[in-house]
Design a protein around this ligand. Structure first.
Ligand SMILES: Cc1cc2nc3c(=O)[nH]c(=O)nc-3n(C[C@H](O)[C@H](O)[C@H](O)COP(=O)(O)OP(=O)(O)OC[C@H]3O[C@@H](n4cnc5c(N)ncnc54)[C@H](O)[C@@H]3O)c2cc1C
Length: 300
């Protein structure tokens, strides 16, 4: 792709439907020409750089349920698609029950950008580097999707097909992401390696969630997700088993991190080589697992 030295936004038509049905019908009738948008922080950049040229942008920010941020002590947390990251960060209930989501949102760019950027936009953009996706995966996020025929719920773990590709069909609109109650006593962390501390995508991102589980010999269950080292954001499923059967020690955590590095399939790009990325996956996984293990040990 040649570099556009004078980037500018191409012309497009703005469409603001009144209802979800209207929005889905418009999108299904213009499958190649129309795209939904929320904060616009991904889509406008891609349009400016000539990567996509939609004729219509469908503003879905004010549709039913899009601005909901609700915590229910029985059902868990629902974050409407249009809720921006700063609102998530500022929510006392998210801070109390899902601090990992707060940490993940805080790792995205700057305060200014986060007044527009949304978690659902980060997910629907389907970049393997999306910083909030790991937290959403380890917390068991489920997407609420409004479609032309019916509405459904899709576990985030089955949503990604490849870079920029998801299971969404023409007319589908993600209206919210839902999280079940977090596991009792859970602790988490997100470690992001970027080229600078502000406003850069990750070279590698490692998210870990751990919690006590008396059903396992080790007494603890761990979930780990990786960013920027596979075609999709990656939940490393083998890790759960490897840390289930033996007492947790620094050596066991190091072995688990080794497994993690083998599970990824990084590529060379402008932000880092595949070899560097794989080594950093191992290093950051040891650090993240040890950090979470320390928090778990000191809170019991
Ligand atoms: C300067 C800058 C710095 C950035 N830094 C980071 C960073 O550090 N980490 C990071 O992860 N990202 C970063 N980003 C990328 C971006 O800000 C995030 O991915 C953001 O979360 C996207 O959210 P949005 O609401 O702006 O999405 P939008 O741009 O509105 O939409 C993103 C995509 O999702 C689709 N979409 C939107 N809404 C829906 C819906 N309801 N249903 C189905 N599809 C939908 C759109 O068609 C589009 O393809 C940065 C971007 C910029 C410009």
């Amino acid at each position: 792709m040649s570099l556009n030295t004078h980037p500018s936004l191409p012309e497009f038509e703005y469409y603001r439907p009144e209802t979800l049905i209207e929005a889905s019908e418009f999108l299904v009738h213009h499958p190649a020409e129309a795209r939904p948008f929320l904060g616009g922080t991904d889509i406008f950049v891609r349009m400016r750089d000539g990567m996509i040229t939609p004729q219509f942008l469908v503003d879905v920010k004010n549709l039913d349920g899009m601005n909901t941020l609700r915590f229910d002590p029985q059902a868990g947390l629902t974050i409407g698609a249009a809720v921006n990251m700063n609102r998530v960060i500022a929510s006392p209930e998210v801070q109390a029950h899902y601090p990992l989501l707060v940490e993940a949102c805080q790792s995205v760019a700057s305060y200014q950008l986060r007044t527009r950027a949304t978690i659902v936009g980060n997910i629907c953009n389907a970049s393997p580097a999306g910083d909030t996706i790991g937290a959403c995966l380890v917390l068991g996020g489920i997407l609420n999707i409004h479609g032309i025929i019916n509405s459904c719920q899709v576990p985030l773990a089955t949503f990604f097909l490849g870079p920029g590709k998801t299971t969404l069909m023409p007319g589908d609109i993600v209206t919210a992401i839902h999280f079940p109650l977090p596991p009792q006593g859970c602790q988490g962390t997100y470690l992001k390696l970027g080229r600078n501390r502000l406003s850069d995508l990750s070279i590698v991102g490692v998210t870990v969630l751990g919690y006590p589980d008396t059903a396992l010999s080790s007494g603890y269950r761990f979930r780990l997700a990786l960013a920027s080292v596979a075609p999709v954001p990656l939940l490393v499923t083998g890790l759960e088993t490897s840390l289930a059967d033996q007492a947790i020690t620094p050596e066991v955590l190091r072995e688990a991190a080794h497994l993690t590095a083998e599970a990824c399939s990084p590529i060379d790009d402008v932000r880092g080589s595949a070899r560097y990325r794989r080594q950093m996956v191992r290093n950051l996984s040891v650090r993240a697992l040890s950090e979470v293990w320390e928090k778990l040990s000191s809170s019991n």
